[in-house]
Structures are given as C-alpha cells and as structure tokens.
Design a protein around this ligand. Structure first.
Ligand code: GCU
Length: 418
C-alpha cells in the first residue's frame, strides 16, 4: 500500500518535472546512445529462428505492448447493429454511392453510437477500401449537407464553447480526405469521428467504448488509443458485411494520434490487410529511445488518457523501456505496412519513423517477405517500396493528396490492382 502511494507520488513529480522543464531535442548529436531491443529475441534471451518461433514471440510482444504501453483491451463481445442514416446513389456527379450508417455497440445495457461515412465508387465487383478516423466529425470530411453533424463531444476551437459541432465546419477538413481522387482510382473510403469511439479528453474513462466493459481499472488497463483501435475493429465487423466492399482488401489508416490508433488496430486485428501510419510519431511509428521531438514523458503529461498508466514509468526513462516502436511495426508482419513522415514535422521524428521501419524489417524477412529495402533516409517525395513502404515529403504535419496518392500506389501493388 505504502509502495503504491510512493509510486503515485513519484509519477506525479516526474510528470510535473516533464511539464515544467520540457524542451524538445532536435539535435541528433544530443541524442543519448541507445540500443534497440531485438524483436527476434525472446524475453528470456533465446533467439527466434523460425516462423513457428515468431508465432510465440509475437504473443509475447503483444502482451508486452499491452502491459507497458497501450493497455489491455477487454475480451468481451458486444452486440453490433446498424441503421441507415442517409444514402445517395448518385453522389459526386453520379460517380459514387454515399452512405452514412449508424453503428450501435451494446453491452449490459450500455450503448455507444458510431456513425460510419462511406463513399464507394460505382463498380461491378467489390472494391478495396481505406478506413480511418477523422478528427472533428464526418461533416468536416466533405461539404455534402446530407452528412450528419456530429453530436459527440468535440473540442471547442473558438466557434462554440459547449463542445458541440458548428454547421460552419462542414467540409473544413476536406483537404485531408481527397475522396473524389481516391474513388477515381477504384477505392472506397470509410471514415468515423474518433470522438464517437472515445472523446479525446481525460475524463477517467467515464465515456466512450471503455464504458461498455465493467472492469476495475488497473495500471495496465486500456487507454484511448487502444479504445480507438478497438472501435476500428467494430467498424470492420460492419464493413465485412457490406456487399460492395472487398473485405480482404481493407487498409486501415490514420494521421498523427489516429495513426497511433491505426497501427495498434492493425496489430490487434489481422483482418486489416494493409496498415498506413501518417506522421504518427511518439507512441506510433517513431522510436522512443532516440529522445528526439516528442518524448514519452511529454506525451504522457499532455495526453494522460492515451496510454496505460504503466507507460508513465518511462517518463524521462526511455532507456528502461523493454520495447520500442520498431517492434510494434514488426507485429504487423507479414502484412504490408506504409509509414510516412513530413520534413517540417520534426515533433514526430521522421528519422525515428524511418529507423523503425529498418528495425522491423528482419521480422518480415524471417517470414519470407522482402521487408524494408531502405538504408538511408530517402530524398523528399521519393517513396521506398518494399513490404514496408516509406516516404518523407516536404511540408507540414498534415495528411494531403500527395500522401494519399502514395497510399494508393502502394495499395495498387499490395492488392495487385491494374
Ligand atoms: C500532438 C501530440 C502528438 C499527436 C498530434 C496529433 O502534437 O503531441 O503525439 O500525434 O498531437 O494527433 O495531431
């Protein structure tokens, strides 16, 4: 008991220290020397030599990530039902079907509603599809007045003060979702507001998907990133039943914090055939031990709800972490993975994201795949394409048409389109 109290006090002081003194390091020469854990060595030091060894090692590593970083997702099942909110069979100048469907997740009298916005190209066969969360509501993704304005909690940014979504936001994030261009290449798009699954604030897990499970929370209970990831799997449960979609060719993607969620969703749910991380940074694709840009202490202080409590033990102590993010990427093997960075987004540590791909590659190779053919950070706008793909582009922290065109080029190869 005394020990527990002491550790709470220590965690509090380390969080305060991080908050007060944090200055991000952007100087490679000031990084500490670090050694990355080898994904191909069991916790007891025995090397992983075969595909069947990897099966066991994978379980060990997933457990480690659950205990140390993202938290454990409860195993119980929920009841899933859906209601059609609206449909336009001639959307985007008659080229597409637009549908919005409300999913209801129910368990023990608690229910969570998630609105899925679907755009599908007209096609005589089931289409491959990109699925991912949006930051501010489905209505921000396109101008279409038929898309429901989210009623979920939304961070107020000047236009409202009561955490509601204003009509003026309609289409405001359309640049991140180049739907017409994606559909023109034969892909469908499904998107959901992340706040439907779990509102992005520290509320002690009193709302969102966490409330579906009556668990006593512990230091390894799931945080918001794991909640979002689990929500993506429930969306996948639904997508599998949509006849216009090829459920074997669903790519899960996400930008930034939602990229962290996409990666963890891909690890936990092998139905995602391709995983795409756009500038996911710390707690996503970037290595933690480099201490470059955002750090573990910083992320746990600014966003205490994203990860499990155990992750806070590594505030200012990244060297003690028994894992690093290249191992997270390795857990996606042998499925294709695409990671992207942006030059001006040093906070996400582009080089740390690149090196994570390098570090994940041996696992892909053990499983008979090419892995990641990159050795040095490539030039801007020069994607590296192996089973793991990577690009760094000029510009800011964002997801834009260039990024999407690379995802589609990569998906064309993975899904043997054209
Ligand atoms: C912050 C946070 C990042 C996160 C980003 C985002 O910058 O520190 O970890 O990825 O927000 O989601 O946009």
């Amino acid at each position: 008991m005394k020990l527990a109290l002491l550790s709470v006090i220590l965690l509090f002081f380390s969080a305060t220290l991080v908050a007060q003194t944090f200055v991000a390091n952007y100087d490679e020469s000031k990084m500490p020397a670090y050694t990355l854990p080898d994904p191909l060595v069991f916790n007891n030091g025995v090397p992983v030599k075969s595909k069947s060894d990897w099966k066991k090692r994978r379980i060990e590593l997933v457990n480690l990530f659950e205990n140390v970083e993202y938290g454990t997702t409860p195993a119980g099942k929920v009841r899933l039902s859906s209601v059609l909110l609206s449909e336009n069979l001639n959307s985007l100048d008659g080229k597409a079907i637009r549908r919005e469907v409300q999913l209801k997740l129910e368990k023990d009298g608690v229910e969570i509603l998630m609105n899925v916005l679907l755009y599908l190209p007209k096609s005589d066969k089931p289409v491959p599809l990109f699925v991912g969360y949006n930051f501010s509501g489905n209505h921000t993704v396109a101008k279409d007045p038929a898309i429901a304005i989210t009623t979920s909690w939304l961070k107020s940014r000047g236009t409202t003060t009561d955490n509601s979504a204003p009509e003026s936001q309609r289409g405001s994030d359309a640049k991140s979702w180049p739907i017409a261009e994606v559909l023109a290449r034969g892909y469908g798009v499904a998107t959901i507001y992340c706040g439907d699954a779990d509102p992005d604030f520290d509320d002690g897990f009193k709302n969102g998907v966490h409330t579906l499970f009556k668990e006593t929370r512990s230091t390894s209970s799931w945080g918001t990133v794991a909640g979002w990831a689990w929500g993506l799997s429930r969306v996948m449960d639904y997508l599998e039943k949509v006849k216009e979609i090829n459920a074997k060719q669903v790519a899960v993607l996400g930008h930034s914090r939602l990229g962290k969620a996409a990666l963890w969703a891909g690890v936990k749910d092998k139905r995602f055939a391709l995983v795409i991380s756009n500038e996911s940074g710390c707690g996503g694709a970037a290595l933690s031990k480099r201490i470059y840009g955002e750090t573990v202490g910083r992320i746990n202080t600014s966003f205490p709800h994203w990860f499990c409590e155990n992750f806070r033990k590594y505030n200012l102590k990244e060297e003690d972490l028994p894992l690093d993010q290249h191992e997270l990427l390795a857990l996606l093997a042998p499925r294709p993975l695409y990671v992207c960075s942006a030059e001006e987004d040093q906070w996400s540590d582009p080089k740390g994201e690149f090196l994570s791909c390098v570090g994940a590659s041996p696992v892909y190779q053990l499983l008979g795949k090419e892995g990641f053919p990159g050795k040095d950070l490539p030039d801007f706008q020069k994607p590296i394409l192996g089973t793991i793909g990577y690009h760094i582009r000029q510009g800011k922290h964002a997801i834009n048409l260039y990024d999407w065109s690379c995802f589609m080029d990569f998906a064309d190869i993975c899904f043997k389109k054209n």
